[in-house]
Design a protein around this ligand. Sequence first.
Ligand SMILES: *Cc1c(COP(=O)(O)O)cnc(C)c1O
Length: 459
Amino acid sequence: MSEPRLNDPHAPLNRTWMQRDLNALWHPCTQMKDHEHYPLIPVRRGEGVWLEDMAGQHYLDAISSWWVNILGHANPRINAKLRTQMNKLEHVILSGFTHEPVIQLSERLGRITPEGLGHCFYGDNGSAAIEIALKMSLHYWRNIGRPEKRRFLTITNGYHGETVGALSVSDLGLYAAPYESLLFDVLKVPSPDCFGLPREQWDEHAARMFVHMEQAVAQHAHELAAVILEPLVQCAGGMRMYPPSYLTRLRALCDHHGVQLIVDEIAVGFGRTGTLFACEQAGIRPDYLCLSKALTGGYLPLSVVLTTDQIYDAFYDDYTTMKAFLHSHSYTGNALACATALATLDILEEDDVIAGNRHRAQRMAAAAETFRTHPHVGDVRQTGMIVAIEMVKDKASLTPFPFEERRGMRAYEVALAHGVLLRPLGNVLYWMPPYIISDDEIDHLAEVTALALEAATAS
Ligand SMILES: *Cc1c(COP(=O)(O)O)cnc(C)c1O
């Protein structure tokens, strides 16, 4: 499938659309002035792992369109189920009313997530799921007569979304700095991130870092509502990784001190880390499990927070006790979105996709091996279907390239010209492809990444 000739992202047909776009839009997570130099790629079609621009050039979507698309673009099986649902019911208010797709999806999520998470509360994006979990936790403690438990604790370098509550429990200054005055005060302990360490040392490192967590939870248990974190991979924080043992310890610690645990699997749920959910690897059940992104196979916005009977019951009382969780979004439990989620779960099951990912992950590991010896690669790490290659200025000391040099953007441009959509996070190149990627496509991705890496690290 690789294109023999180089892509020209500035091709005339693309430029026309780019001009119209720039007159009318404002893009997410973008300094719009960058588009004076960097092309904006107008996409007219998608198929499998490939995107096609207005000039007919192809790009391998190596980042699953921001981590959402796990089963390929224009997937015929998801399309068919979406069409069927569309002819029956597109959406209905979910207060006082319900519908078949949302009931089926909730039953099914209850079955496939860690045992005991039997109640699904829906939102329409990941950040909303985080707000729901935070509010539920706070409200839970209030309902059971412990209103003083209202603080949250997290690990550094985390990311949980862009709305004000989600931003408060995140730790990426870059996204939060201008809004500091809006954010609430959150406790933070150093991340167990294993950057630069060989796999054999991850557990030992995480155990050492857990001491900070132990101290903080013990000291603040009386005022803590919950600990919130991303399991195994801090995605937006540069695909930094840590082992399941940290989560196993954390679950026991939270139980011991009567603190709830919110696990944000928005980016890693549905097979990304090698198991259907990252929690499985640690053998834990969180009090709140937040899911979104791949939930609908990358088709439609939908998120969900799963929680336990015990928490649900703390809200269940006569209306006048004011214990109800009075939170809602207009598109809560949208029927079309639920239908695409059901179609996604069907495919994951019918094709035994998670088992297939073991082979694909090995192929990705083999393809990434060559980068280890590169003089400007400080770390090559992998968890399941995520591979990260971190560029450094100095390999021995792991000194990063200054962010002003925008090395990642150089890699982005070269990859586009060679028909691959990489979207580095600062100095971190990563692969997070749809699970339908073929062996040949993985090899193509590795070849283009090598070219991108060369260009990005040249002086
Ligand atoms: C993307 C993401 C979110 C926010 O989801 P949105 O749908 O973008 O609001 C929250 N947590 C994690 C871990 C994410 O990667």
